[in-house]
Design a protein. Structure first.
Length: 424
């Protein structure tokens, strides 16, 4: 009963909440994203073009991943499902996630708004047989409508942070009603499993299997990155990659890079903001510090000659640079966000620098530090010191690669949980 009342209230208030959310975007740095709202509106309302609708004979598995990061994290599982010839349809809440999935040949759409008319329209058109949520995308209307229509519900790569747990516990009766509808929850860690259970998930349906994004394979090639470095005249230069950076981290990273030049004068920087629409803001920061740079989108421009930095202002190419780097910094770790994917560069043999805020990536951070392939930094001077040490120890590349390998294997365990749930 409490879930029903909550859903009624949710659907009544949803339009007003959406307006407030839109206003928040309007006054934020990311207001440029609202320009695409008109073209995205049909998808947001669950209106899939007729040619892309699901078949009643081969009903697809519906995979929902919040954004580009979650899509990338789910790739090992997606590839296994495709190899098994499972029909798939993927949704993501942002355009970057959708474009990444489409680039891999997946049928992908923007996720419908979590509102009864939108979710219902999507389900009627997509005709999925199951809903697979990546990490912790617990949208109440999506879950209840999918369950009411007989879909098998599964969470893969499930994670609940301490902060989220405190917030969810305020709504425990609602959370219990939602989580009880899942046939299986494949959690990343034992701690995540315990948190799902404390929120009301039946303990018999929760299993700790590891994190599937740790099974990521290196990029199949580095052609685009290599061509960019050649166009810049950087052949043979040591490269430092700063990935998924946020505004409050970039001052530390850029200052650390400049300090590093005192002992490593040939060092070059490849920097990619977490949100690509912030590229112009980061460009201004580079200019203020008199760091000559080119943008990746204009890498073949003639000026400036021999720049010291490359600003990655496009999606999808960043992973190719990791294997060409002497070291990589991963953002979301010098602020309170808890960390982005610190294993992605490690898989490519790039020693990893990260800040102290690691609550989302504790296991890989521990493995990298203990294995000698990862290093915690707090200040610009730390970056300069670590880059100097890494440049003298090329064998540390293999240490980072070995640390990444030690955490592999979650995909096969997740597949077993998923297959058992789909048979139930």
């Amino acid at each position: 009963m409490i879930l029903l009342l909550s859903l009624v209230l949710w659907n009544l208030l949803f339009p007003f909440g959406a307006l407030l959310f839109g206003f928040g975007f309007l006054v934020s740095r990311r207001r440029g994203l609202l320009k695409s709202l008109a073209s995205e509106w049909p998808e947001r309302m669950g209106l899939i073009p007729r040619a892309q609708r699901g078949s009643p004979v081969q009903r697809p598995l519906w995979i929902h991943a919040a954004s580009l990061g979650e899509v990338n994290a789910a790739l090992p599982l997606i590839e296994e499902l495709r190899a098994a010839r499972r029909p798939l349809i993927l949704t993501s809440t942002n355009r970057a996630g959708v474009e990444r999935a489409r680039a891999l040949g997946l049928r992908a759409h923007l996720a419908p708004l979590d509102w009864y008319p939108a979710v219902g329209a999507f389900l009627r058109r997509a005709r999925p047989s199951a809903l697979i949520l990546v990490e912790t995308e617990l949208w109440p209307q999506m879950i209840t409508l999918a369950s009411a229509r007989g879909l098998a519900l599964v969470i893969v790569n499930g994670a609940v942070s301490e902060r989220s747990l405190r917030r969810y516990l305020l709504l425990r009766p609602v959370m219990k009603a939602l989580l009880s509808r899942f046939r299986a929850i494949a959690a990343q860690t034992e701690e995540d499993a315990e948190r799902f259970i404390s929120l009301g998930a039946p303990d018999s349906r929760v299993t700790a299997v590891g994190n599937i994004k740790y099974d990521l394979k290196p990029p199949s090639g580095r052609r685009e990155a290599s061509e960019a470095l050649q166009a810049l005249g950087w052949k043979g230069y040591p490269i430092f990659v700063a990935a998924s950076t946020h505004p409050d981290e970039e001052d530390v990273v850029l200052e650390g890079f400049l300090k590093s030049l005192e002992k490593l004068p040939d060092l070059r920087l490849v920097i990619a903001p977490r949100h690509v629409e912030r590229a112009s803001e980061l460009a201004a920061n580079l200019q203020d510090r008199a760091i000559a740079f080119r943008s990746y989108s204009g890498v073949h421009a003639p000026l400036p000659n021999n720049p010291r930095a490359l600003l990655v202002d496009v999606q999808g190419v960043l992973p190719q640079f990791y294997g060409l780097a002497v070291a990589s910094f991963v953002g979301g770790t010098l602020n309170a966000l808890g960390g982005h994917n610190i294993l992605e560069p490690a898989v490519e043999g790039s020693p990893v620098l990260f800040g102290p805020h690691l609550f989302k990536v504790r296991a890989p951070a521990r493995a990298l530090i203990e294995g000698g392939g990862g290093f915690e930094i707090r200040h610009a001077a730390d970056i300069a010191e670590r880059l100097g040490a890494i440049s003298r120890h090329p064998e540390w590349r293999e240490r980072s690669r070995e640390a990444a390998r030690s955490l592999a294997g979650a995909t096969s365990r997740t597949l077993r949980v998923l297959e058992n749930a789909l048979k139930a």
